[in-house]
Design a protein around this ligand. Sequence first.
Ligand code: HPA
Length: 273
Amino acid sequence: MVDLEFKYKNLIEKIQEEAPFKPEIALVLGSGLGEFADRIDTIKSIATHDLPDYPESTVQGHKGFIHFAEHGGKKLVIFQGRLHYYEGYSISECILPPFIAKSLGCDTIILTNAAGGINPNLRVADLMVVNSFFTMHIQKALTELMGVASVDQKNAFLDVPALVLGHKFVQAGLDEGIALKEGTYWFQTGPSYETPSEINMLAKLGADAVGMSTVHEAVYAGINGMKVGIISCITNAAAGMGHEKLSHKDVMETAELVKTKFERLMKRIVEII
Ligand code: HPA
């Protein structure tokens, strides 16, 4: 088990020094959804490369900023740029956003991501409230966060990942007239997209959407007592479910299309949670 307090002592000291206030809510922006940070009242922005021991995000569409912002009387910390397991980072690096959020005193975290739609009811540009997820591909690596001693407890946490904000997300969607879908997210390590046969298998196992992030952040936040909610932006039909060849460029383009809807939803969520 990695001692995160020890590993990131300098980083946390620096960010606590720089933070203009104690945030209540953290928001992690997924692939292509980063522009939201430019559409909210930002009080202060910190480039992650100015923080000691903060790894560089190498993926296009992940900028590497931590913003402190306010909306609807709530104080937010927004992570624009995420670290992915497929970039070669360890779990203790990938969970830096929720770790920082927790260290700054946030009790709530909203995780967003881009995902491929497996369930045929999901359309490109839909927003899906994640009500459960699969962590099979990352279970061993998760021991970095919780050790190997309490196996029962670990499995219980993984099965019940504290996704307690979903009903508020649905309410925010109703308030804004945005029809949200709901479903189960399957984590793939990536970086390559799945084959049609793999997607066929995942559909049979009960996955509604597939992506390459988020679940470890949710597990970390959940086991550390934070309220967690996840929204997936369905950026493409998963392999074999549509006719397009999958590409990160298309993922980014769809995320661009949903940005107004996403902004309205996120702002409303922040107002009501
Ligand atoms: N598969 C995995 N991850 C993804 C996808 C996909 O189809 N779309 C966006 N992220």
